[in-house]
Structure formats: structure tokens, C-alpha cells
Design a protein around this ligand. Structure first.
Ligand SMILES: N[C@@H](CCC(=O)N[C@@H](CS)C(=O)NCC(=O)O)C(=O)O
Length: 208
């Protein structure tokens, strides 16, 4: 049995939970706030969520956990068997995570917690997001899945990273980040119906 630590308000927690369901793995959810307390740091060195526990050992970072789960339970495979194609899936995920989601996050304090961010940060967010979206759209396949013809980890990251990034850009700048990206929007709409994601989303509304 795997323990999943974090809160259901976290997009990366929900992504990891969807992968555990996708792989039909036994797991339990344990509520854990992202603190700098020792118990949390022992699970997640930056104090973030999610983290997992496996036989008393801990792992953080959703992408590390995702890679582990894909090896632990190979079916359904969420990384292509071809090493280069698998690398390309991770490449797409890195750009979605680092150059879009993480950039949009700079404005999270104002979007979700009413803590104003400076004009300088707002401007750099918009500039860097434009660059990040160009990068993602250069390698996003979307025919019909994020990285090609099969469902991969990149589809899960597309759903959960753009969920947060589009919420932030809409509230901060009144902009639809995906206005000129119908391929990305299609993947998100498709993933919303995908059983593991649909279950996570329905449970998200409940306390957790
Ligand atoms: N790179 C990490 C990001 C995790 C992350 O940003 N978690 C957020 C919640 S979605 C968090 O714990 N934020 C609190 C903090 O940074 O202290 C991953 O992929 O797991």
C-alpha cells in the first residue's frame, strides 16, 4: 500500500492521485500541508506536496513519482517503450511544468490568496509565459494525445498544469492562455472525461 501525502487543492497532488488510480495501485490519502516542519521535510525536502511513502521510504516531486509508478506497474504504460520517444514525453512535460505552470505560479499569491504581486512580477510573468507557450506549442503534438498517438504522462501534466496556469492568467490578466491553442484545449477536454482524472476531480470537491 502506498501512502499519498498532500491536499486535494494541489494540482500536483491530484495528478499523482490520478496516476495511482490509472495504474490500479492500492493507496491511501494522508492529509499533509506543505510546511517546513521536520516531518514534512523528511518526506519532501522542499516541503512541498505531493509526496509518497513506500514501505517506510519517501519520495517527492511528481515527475519522479510518475516515473517510479510507471515502472512499478507497467500497465497501462504511460511512457513509450522507445527510449527516444520516452525522452520526448519527458521533454514536453518539463516545458509545460517549468516554462508555463511554474511561471504562472509567480502570480499565485494574488490569484488565490489576495496577496498583491508587483507590476514587475506581473510583466515578467506575461513575458515569460508568452515564451513558454511558444516553446510548448512547438513540440505539443495533440494528434490526438499531447505527445502523439498514445496516452502518456504528458496528457496528465497537460490537464493539471494548464488547469492552474489558465486560472491564474484569466484572473490576473483577463486572458485565455489557450485562445490560440485548440490542440491543447482538446487534450484537456478529453482528459476531463478520462476515468482516473474524472474520479479525482469529483473527489476534489469533497474535503481533503
Ligand atoms: N515540482 C513539484 C511541484 C510541487 C508543488 O509546487 N507543490 C505545491 C502545491 S501544488 C506546494 O507544495 N506549494 C507549497 C510550497 O511551495 O511551499 C512537483 O512536481 O511535485
Amino acid at each position: 500500500m502506498i501512502q499519498l501525502y498532500g491536499l486535494r487543492l494541489s494540482n500536483y497532488y491530484n495528478l499523482t492521485k490520478a496516476l495511482l488510480i490509472e495504474k490500479s495501485l492500492d493507496f491511501e490519502e494522508i492529509k499533509a500541508r506543505p510546511t517546513q516542519e521536520e516531518d514534512n521535510l523528511s518526506r519532501s525536502p522542499m516541503g512541498k506536496m505531493p509526496s509518497i511513502s513506500v514501505n517506510g521510504q519517501f519520495m517527492s516531486e511528481s515527475l519522479a513519482i510518475a516515473a517510479y509508478l510507471d515502472r512499478l506497474e507497467p500497465q497501462p504504460a504511460l511512457l513509450p517503450p522507445d527510449p527516444f520517444e520516452a525522452g520526448k514525453v519527458i521533454e514536453l512535460i518539463c516545458h509545460i511544468k517549468l516554462d508555463v505552470e511554474l511561471v504562472a505560479r509567480r502570480c499565485l499569491p494574488e490569484t488565490l490568496f489576495n496577496q498583491p504581486v508587483s507590476e514587475e512580477i506581473k510583466q515578467s510573468t506575461q513575458d515569460d509565459l508568452a515564451k513558454g507557450m511558444k516553446a510548448v506549442s512547438r513540440i505539443f503534438v495533440g494528434q490526438p494525445f499531447a505527445a502523439g498517438t498514445t496516452l502518456t504522462l504528458a496528457d496528465f501534466y497537460t490537464f493539471y498544469c494548464f488547469d492552474l496556469a489558465t486560472t491564474i492568467t484569466q484572473k490576473m490578466f483577463g486572458e485565455d492562455l489557450l485562445a490560440s491553442h485548440p490542440d491543447i484545449r482538446n487534450v484537456i477536454e478529453h482528459m476531463a472525461q478520462h476515468p482516473s482524472v474524472a474520479r479525482v476531480e469529483s473527489e476534489r470537491a469533497k474535503k481533503g
